[in-house]
Ligand binder design. Sequence first.
Ligand code: ZN
Length: 350
Amino acid sequence: MNQQLKDKLVHSLLKAGKKNKNFKIPVFICVAIIIGTYRIIGSIYGNTKKILLTSCLLLFFMISSSFASINFVTTTPTVIPEGEIVKADSAAENLSENTSATDSMQEQIHIIDDLEVIDGYEDTDISNGNTDYYTVDEILGSNQSQELTEQDAISNDQKVTFDKEDWRLVLINKQHPVPDDYEVTLGTITGNMKCDARIIKDVLRMLQDAKQDGINLVICSPYRDYQRQSVLFERKINAYMKQGMSYLEAYKITSQAVTVPGASEHQIGLALDIICDSYSLLDEGFGETEAGKWLARNCCEYGFILRYPKGKEYITSIEYEPWHFRYVGQDAATIITEQKITLEEFIENL
Ligand SMILES: [Zn+2]
């Protein structure tokens, strides 16, 4: 707005206001509007660059957030009825009931195995600094003062009875998550490697005896807290979603390979993922190694069972994991191993 024009307008308005008292208020308002408008236009002219920059930033922000919302829509599960609260577990079950669509989807989608996500110990805790790598010599060396005697061996002439309340037999799976009030007293195997304090002697005995048989076992996932389990789980889901799966589809496949947070035996300190120094991958191939065979054959002597055996996936809901061992005590472990049953079946028959 021209400066002169503004002055003229203001001047004539003030004049009119002086002449007629009734015009005083409207004149005052008009003058204020004119001066205000002039100031605004003036400041726009003076800050053209700033305003342009702000507009560009605003535009960029709007565009990027609109892309984010498109992404969100495509990855949000659509099978959940509106207004219904569905837990993650039951949502996955809903999906599995809807099999035809999901199965054809699974056929098209390439299943990620651990090798492809990150080299080596993808789902283990030593791959990402959560737990340090210790050789069997380091572990045994740091526990030299421990007297590694056999604990609860079965005696032949004694009838063994089991109690469902026995801490060693606590069932943890998707249907039986870790109870909120579950308390575990952790003990240190060595360094930052921890598990339930009550099983450490048996763990050490197993490592020691395997070593005597020429097998150097490596514990790659000991106790793991809820948060850590969540990180592993979400990472796998994200990897599947990058392949184009919806969240629910990714959830379903992930839950077959990585235990759902809250349903992992690692959280109660009674499970260990064990491999060996000559085979460092968590895959089916480990079951074919000398170490894998030694563990499957002998773990029960130290109170452990191979928790997710081949052919029992329909019971455990977890794929075959020749590296995942669960402590149940020597008596139960011997029966479970000899009868080739799962912990679920063993507990059901108690
Ligand atoms: Zn495990």
